[in-house]
Design a binder for this molecule. Structure first.
Ligand SMILES: NC(=O)c1ccc[n+]([C@@H]2O[C@H](COP(=O)([O-])OP(=O)(O)OC[C@H]3O[C@@H](n4cnc5c(N)ncnc54)[C@H](O)[C@@H]3O)[C@@H](O)[C@H]2O)c1
Ligand SMILES: [Zn+2]
Ligand SMILES: [Zn+2]
Length: 379
């Protein structure tokens, strides 16, 4: 099968790889119809993780079931399914509690597994013609009847729509509240979209890319360009000086100032400053236990100069982590089916798998007009 392989920093290529196949009786194999490039792939692409060379990337997959293991009961040949980026067992203590992003079975010795991901188990990625899905009865979301007409929407259920939603859950967003989102990448846009669906009264989105901020405005959020003045001041100005009720971190450890200088505490400290006392912060942007290639000494050790005193004094709360996609994807699918959500509004390109290396280059540079790339293997 053809697949996108990580060769080293900023070097990926499409190669012939061994076909994905059933390895255990609870597996299925998908013929991938659509798979996306994610901001999480970029941490690996840039060589800022310990991703092994030779591995297939990709964790946002939608496909057709073409092989079914003997122990699979529910999922059938020909089903169109979207799989969460998390690989989860469904029966461990965390999975039982709905915390499938922290499965204790699929990446032994750690909590949480994912396809094509550094440090999250041996699972091959979905930026390929075929994908093996373990514990398929648990992990496959069989899509509604209108799936073929809404592929671009349903594929967002693999990661970023549930992840954006998760950030609003972690922050505790309730209807009528104000929300500030740092990052207008795909995840930040999905966080803003989720907050609006939940009935937030005011949603502010901070970034410095005009094309991404325009997308935020297109759904009714307020764009805050941090290259045109301090983001915190702008948020305070729009919230009677007290700050937003809730804040979402959708950038991660490679956050930077608008000149591009990385500073890993920037967004977290801006959140502490622009969320009101007793407000909630949900952090889904990825932070890592060590980042040897960072310039900052603390960042190298996975630490940051966090404004803990102000955070404590304001009585804020903070929740973090990988999204438990399974906890939301079925319900978000119903919003799509009912026409109440259309997460495809962020899609900027739909390309063949062969074009993926070029797409990585553009998306990595955050070139204007490269917000979310969908890949169509076999097209
Ligand atoms: N927790 C999860 O389950 C989960 C799932 C998917 C992605 N993620 C993570 O979410 C983060 C965002 O993903 P994405 O696909 O949107 O990536 P992205 O890199 O395309 O978007 C990040 C955006 O943040 C902006 N940004 C950078 N510094 C900023 C700052 N100081 N203030 C405001 N905005 C700033 C960038 O300009 C960019 O538009 C990544 O860290 C990704 O790994 C986490
Ligand atoms: Zn992703
Ligand atoms: Zn589990």
């Amino acid at each position: 099968m053809r697949a996108l392989v990580y060769n080293g920093p900023r070097d990926v290529s499409i190669r012939d790889m061994q076909d994905a196949k059933i390895e255990r009786p609870h597996d299925v194999v998908l013929k991938i119809i659509m798979t996306n490039i994610c901001g999480s792939d970029l941490h690996m692409y840039e060589g800022r993780t310990d991703m092994e060379t030779g591995r297939i990337l990709g964790h946002e997959s939608l496909g057709e079931v073409i092989e079914v293991g003997d122990a699979v009961d529910r999922v059938k040949m020909g089903d169109l399914v979207c799989v969460p980026f998390n690989v989860a067992c469904g029966f461990c203590e965390n999975c039982e509690r709905g915390l499938t992003g922290f499965c204790l079975t699929c990446n032994p010795g750690s909590a949480g597994a994912a396809y094509g991901f550094a440090g999250m188990g041996p699972y091959s990625g979905g930026q390929a013609e075929l994908l093996r899905v373990p514990y398929a009865d648990f992990n496959c979301l069989v899509l509604p009847k209108d799936a073929r007409e809404k592929l671009r929407d349903y594929v967002m259920l693999s990661d970023i729509f549930p992840t954006g939603w998760h950030s609003t859950e972690l922050a505790g967003v309730k209807s009528g509240e104000s929300v500030v989102v740092y990052g207008a990448g795909p995840v930040g846009l999905m966080a803003a979209y989720s907050a609006l669906i939940k009935g937030a009264s005011k949603v502010m989105v901070v970034d410095n890319h005009p094309d991404r901020l325009k997308l935020a405005e297109s759904i009714g959020a307020i764009a805050i360009d941090n290259s045109r003045g301090d983001a915190v001041e702008q948020v305070l100005d729009m919230t009677e000086g007290v700050g937003a009720h809730r804040g979402c971190e959708c950038v991660g450890y490679q956050c930077h100032d608008h000149y591009g200088h990385e500073c890993n505490h920037l967004t977290m400290n801006h959140l502490v400053a622009s969320v009101r006392p007793t407000g909630g912060i949900g952090c889904v942007g990825v932070f890592v236990p060590k980042d040897p290639k960072a310039e900052d000494e603390l960042a190298k050790m996975g630490k940051m100069a966090f404004d803990f005193g102000t955070f404590w004094f304001k009585g804020q709360t903070l929740k973090t982590g990988q999204a438990n996609v399974k906890a939301y994807n079925r319900y978000l699918a119903r919003l799509i089916e009912a026409g109440r959500a259309k997460p495809s509004f962020i899609v900027s390109q739909e390309l063949s798998l062969e074009e993926a290396p070029k797409a990585y280059e553009h998306f990595d540079k955050r070139d204007a007009g490269w917000t979310k790339v969908l890949l169509r293997p076999g097209v």
